[in-house]
Structure formats: C-alpha cells, structure tokens
Design a protein around this ligand. Sequence first.
Ligand SMILES: [Zn+2]
Length: 155
Amino acid sequence: MKVGSFDYTCVNGHCFMVPGLSLYGQGIMWSLGLGTPKYINLMDDPVYAEIHRMLKLFPEFQHNNEEENADILQKIFGVACDPDDDGSEFKLGATPKCPKCGSREMKSWDVSIEPKIWDVLEITHNRWQKLSSGDKKDALYRRLEQLDFIKQSSV
Ligand SMILES: [Zn+2]
C-alpha cells in the first residue's frame, strides 16, 4: 500500500520521517518489538468488524456507546493481527519507535514537509482466521481480562 509520510520528533529531540496517513479510518500499526509499520484500513478490514461484533456480545460492553467501544477495540485489536517477525504484536494507535534512541514517546508529529511515498505492507490476520469461533472468543476474553476490561471469572 502506498502511503504518505509523517515527521516525528521524539522526547529526546530526534527528528525522523516515517510512513503515515491522516485519512479517517486508515493508519499505520507499529509492532511493539521491531517497530515495523503495517497499513490498516479499519473501514475495510473484515476482522475489525468481526471483533466489533464479538465485543458487543459480551454483556459488559452492550451498553457502551460507540466511542467507548472504539477505544476498547483500539487496545485489543492486535490480538487478531499476525505478529511481527520477532513475535511482537502490532498495535493500533501506537507511536513509531525512534530510530536513534528507541523511544516511543513523541514530542510532536505532523504531515511531512517534504512529501515522500512509502510502500507499506498491509496488516494480515492469517493466524486469527484459522481459529475456531470458540478459540476466537477465548482469545478475546483473555485479552479483555488482561487489560482489566472485564473482571476475572471465578470459574
Ligand atoms: Zn529519539
């Protein structure tokens, strides 16, 4: 996928250029280990829609508004994405990793002054799509528990 470019400045003042988009529903997911970028279009992604539907089946989230559920979805979506080469997860809403100091804390970012086109692979869901619907539900449940969105079951 051909995407545009963003300029970031990390907390330590290093400036760097990375792939980035400012289109609604589209963006870059960064892996937590290597910091690899992958393109995602949330409007188009069938697994994002699937997880959205699954989330609404849990009684805990049925009364949430869409904004609240979108926030939870952002935090759990990585569970359904194929991991990076080092096994680390891709995260929605993550910041890139500074190539100089490795920090993920950014001071500022904006569309690049000098436009550049990057070719970025799309996020994939091969591992998730091989799971049975029961295993998908378990995986989602575990992640929601880990993040304290649902209380640990006593069973
Ligand atoms: Zn830095």
